[in-house]
Design a protein around this ligand. Structure first.
Ligand code: FEO
Length: 399
């Protein structure tokens, strides 16, 4: 993909990744891909803002060389040290032999730790400005969006905010890099939410703090380090991020996510009856089988739903392992403040309910009903779960 001029002298020079299967080694992106957006500013001083993963290195350097002599680059701004944005640093730093790295105080040690680079590093203060000639950039420290060293960079004349992870999302660029040229906005919206739930959710208070901190800044373009560049509606992605951060804080919207697993179909059959009950209350319901859906795709629904139904059988006197994994990730992402209904089948002594209750307590989830049944369940059990589902749907609607 060739470089693209965003504004005179400001270029997208990123890497479009269609080959990584697991982002952070955890989250599937085989189908969706991701982009590592990197930017070049040419003025009296030449600056690169954020780099890319160590992938397609020749392509990245070739694109850069078409625009400038790499040896003449003056500054490299590292908004964030996670290697998806810095993997190319080591080789670039050797080629850009006079370039000075600009980063936050916390990032300095990380540059050494990750890349064994100890010199030509300039630490910046919050609000500090750097003149490039006609252009001028300003740094805003935004810790924990996504790591403690994270900051954003703002070009004053064009009002472009280079926001790094914030306001980014999964989804390789599909020819268009701008929101107004993109033909499938729903794809990027969905993938931005999945990225938020997977990567950023835990840090939602800091996201809200960063949005608040920058609220008085005039921003004409948001140029994140993943996904689309928002030049037509920059406020849209900020509003989405605010909504998602608030959902983490307050439990989400009045809708129900059903997550279930089943060993031989008994809990699954009960889930169908339960879903019938929930749906009859008129509330929106979304269903995920934890055996077949990677947690990456379930977490966004959990994040957005005030109501959660967990259906999982007992496995070796404890909770079905796939469900344990999902709940553990929900805990790590701090997806708290839910109303929840549990049900599941057991063969002899049970145990899933007990483990679920322990995990729900850690999650601050309020259990409004728990229902264990033996084996395949009786006709009465099916009637009971339909009624419980309806009752639960009504109670979430009434929140
Ligand atoms: Fe896109 Fe926190 O790295």
């Amino acid at each position: 993909m060739p470089s693209i001029e965003i504004k005179p002298g400001i270029y997208w020079i990123g890497v479009n990744d269609h080959t990584t299967d697991l982002f952070e080694g955890l989250w599937p992106i085989t189908q969706e891909g991701v982009s590592y957006n990197s930017y070049l500013l040419l003025d009296e001083k030449k600056v690169i803002i954020d780099l890319a993963k160590s992938l397609k290195v020749d392509e990245y350097l070739g694109r850069l060389e078409e625009l400038t002599d790499i040896a003449t680059i003056d500054y490299i701004v590292l908004n964030h040290l996670e290697p998806d944005h810095t993997g190319i640093l080591k080789i670039l730093f050797r080629m850009a032999e006079k370039a000075i790295i600009f980063c936050s105080p916390q990032a300095k040690e990380m540059v050494s730790a990750f890349y064994n680079i100890h010199d030509r590093i300039q630490v910046v203060k919050d609000g500090e400005e750097l003149s490039l000639g006609e252009k001028k950039i300003r740094f805003y420290l935004t810790p924990m969006v996504h790591w403690p060293e994270t900051m954003m960079t703002y070009e004053v004349n064009t009002q472009i905010l280079f926001s790094c992870d914030a306001f980014g999302g999964y989804g390789a660029l599909q020819g268009a890099i701008f929101d107004d040229e993109c033909s499938d906005f729903e794809f990027y919206k969905r993938e931005s939410l999945r990225y938020y739930a997977n990567i950023v959710a835990k840090f939602s208070p800091m996201v809200l703090r960063a949005i608040d901190k920058l609220s008085s800044l005039e921003v004409s373009i948001i140029a994140p380090s993943h996904g689309l560049i928002w030049r037509q509606r920059p406020s849209l992605i900020v509003d989405l991020y605010r909504t998602w951060a608030n959902s983490v804080q307050n439990g989400g919207e009045k809708r129900v996510t059903v997550v279930y697993g089943s060993m031989y179909g008994n809990t699954e059959a009960m889930m169908d009856a339960l879903a019938q009950g929930v749906a009859s209350s008129g509330i929106s319901v979304e269903i995920f089988d934890v055996r077949r859906n990677h947690c990456s795709y379930i977490l966004p629904a959990l994040l957005m739903s005030k109501g959660v139904v967990v259906g999982a059988p007992t496995y070796e006197n404890a909770l079905f392992p796939y469900m344990v994994n999902l709940l553990d990730l929900a805990l790590r992402k701090e997806l708290k403040h839910k109303k929840v209904l549990y049900f599941g089948s057991f063969g002899w002594s049970g145990g899933a309910k007990r483990e679920f209750e322990k995990m729900a307590h850690q999650l601050d989830w309020e259990i409004v009903q728990s229902f264990e049944f033996r084996g395949a369940g009786t006709e009465e059990d099916f009637q009971k779960i339909i009624a419980l589902g309806r009752e639960f749907g009504e109670s979430v609607k009434g929140l």
